[in-house]
Design a protein around this ligand. Structure first.
Ligand code: G3P
Length: 225
């Protein structure tokens, strides 16, 4: 399935509810929702689940992080070539739970580009979004850290952060696709995010911890149309 916008990118983080076979189950649900609505739902599973999920479904898969290493002596590092071979089409970088310095983000982005891995740089505010935009990733997802995992949606409670980020990205590097995340849990939250000028959302707990993830994803995808 193609990576298209509006994009619903679900980060499976290290939740026990979304690892191993449960990640595969979520991928099948994501696939169904994409088929039924035409809206792209992509997943970012743990590294250890990338191959399993990519083999069992056609949803676009993102890694949660990569390192700027080259093949060879890099014990414990996440190599971009390995992520691609496992079946990923993209990666997150600088997630709030895996923050990096600017030079490391730049080096990892450069390595990702060498293997044509799409990159979504996460940022915590407008200023970091501006710096990230200058580096030229495919996506930037702004996520105020204090809202992550709270169920309080950035698109409704901090719309000014989202609009400022969208404007900054447009001024610095208009080809970068703006996303937002933190607390996004309903279709209305997604609709609000798109109204603010983003082209999608990055979210986690609203889906990974939902009793009925398909119902939530369908609601989100329907509101993204
Ligand atoms: O990567 C997504 C993220 O950090 C937001 O998490 O649980 O607030 O949707 P959540």
């Amino acid at each position: 399935m193609d990576l298209t916008t509006p994009l619903i990118l679900v980060n499976l983080k290290t939740y026990s509810e979304s690892m191993g076979e449960k990640a595969v189950k979520l991928a099948k649900i994501a696939e169904e929702v994409t088929r039924e609505t035409g809206i792209c739902v992509a997943l970012a599973p743990q590294f250890s689940d990338i191959h399993r999920v990519a083999s069992a479904s056609e949803v676009p898969i993102f890694a949660q992080h990569v390192d700027p290493v080259t093949p060879g002596r890099g014990t414990g590092s996440i190599l971009v070539e390995a992520v691609v071979e496992a079946g990923a089409v993209g990666t997150l970088l600088n997630h709030s739970e895996r923050q990096l310095g600017l030079a490391l983000i730049e080096a990892s982005l450069a390595r990702a580009k060498e293997v044509e891995l799409k990159v979504c740089i996460c940022s915590n505010n407008q200023a970091v979004s501006g710096a990230a935009a200058a580096l030229g990733p495919d996506f930037i997802a702004v996520e105020p850290p204090e809202l992550i995992g709270t169920g309080i949606p950035v698109s409704k409670t901090q719309p000014e952060v989202v609009t400022a980020t969208v404007e900054t990205i447009q001024n610095i590097n208009p080809v970068v696709i703006p996303l937002c995340g933190a607390g996004i849990s309903t279709g209305e939250d997604v609709a609000a995010a798109l109204k603010l000028g983003t082209q999608g959302v990055l979210l986690a707990s609203g889906v990974t911890k939902a009793k009925d993830p398909k119902k939530i994803l369908l609601d989100m995808a329907t509101h993204a149309k």
